[in-house]
Design a protein around this ligand. Sequence first.
Ligand code: HEC
Ligand code: HEC
Length: 137
Amino acid sequence: MIALNKKAFITLGLTSLVVFGAVASMPQEQEKKMNLKVLPKKFTHQQVETVMRQWTKALGVRCNFCHERGNEAADTKPEKLMARKMFEMTAKINKKYFEAGKDSLGMVMNTGISCITCHHGTAHPEGGTHTEGGEKK
Ligand code: HEC
Ligand code: HEC
C-alpha cells in the first residue's frame, strides 16, 4: 500500500516536471512551424494548447484521442481528421446562422455554437429519442 502511494507520488512529481519543462520551453516552440490547416496559422503554441484543452473538455477525452503520443503534428489518427471537419462545420454554422465575426487572429468566434453544444463531454453525441424509442436490438 505504502509502496504504491510512493510510486504514485513519484509519477506525479515527474509529471509536473514534464509540464514545467513544456511551459519553460514554449518560447522556442513558437518559432517552429506547426501543421495547422484549420486553426489560424498565426496561432502560437500556447494559443493552440488553449483550444486543445477546450476540445478535450468538450469531448471528455484526452489528448491521445486525436494525437499520437509525442507527435501532435502527425495527421495519422482519424479522430484528428474528424476534429478538423468538425471545426470547419462549427465555424460555418457560426458564420452563416449566428453572424459570428472573426477575432483579431482570424478565428471565427463561438458566438452561436461550439463543440460542447453538441458533445456535452462525450465523443459520441449521436442518438436521441428517435433511435432510442424503446426498441430492442
Ligand atoms: C478532438 C481531437 C483533438 C484533441 C482531443 C486534441 N487535439 Fe491537438 N490537434 C487536433 C487537431 C485537429 C489539430 C490540428 C489543427 C489544425 O489543423 O489547424 C491539433 C493540433 C495540435 C498541436 C499542433 C501540433 C503541430 O505542431 O502541428 C498541438 C501541440 C496539439 N494539438 C496538442 C494537443 C494537446 C496537448 C491536447 C490535449 C490537451 C490535444 N492536442 C488534444 C485535434 C485534437
Ligand atoms: C452540430 C453538432 C456538433 C458540433 C458543433 C460538433 N460536433 Fe463533433 N460530432 C458530432 C456528432 C453527431 C458526432 C458523431 C458522428 C458519428 O459518430 O458518426 C461527432 C463526432 C466527432 C468526432 C469523432 C469521434 C470519434 O469517436 O471518432 C470528433 C473527433 C469530434 N466530433 C470533434 C468535434 C470538435 C473538436 C468540435 C468543435 C470544433 C465538434 N466536434 C463540434 C456533432 C457535433
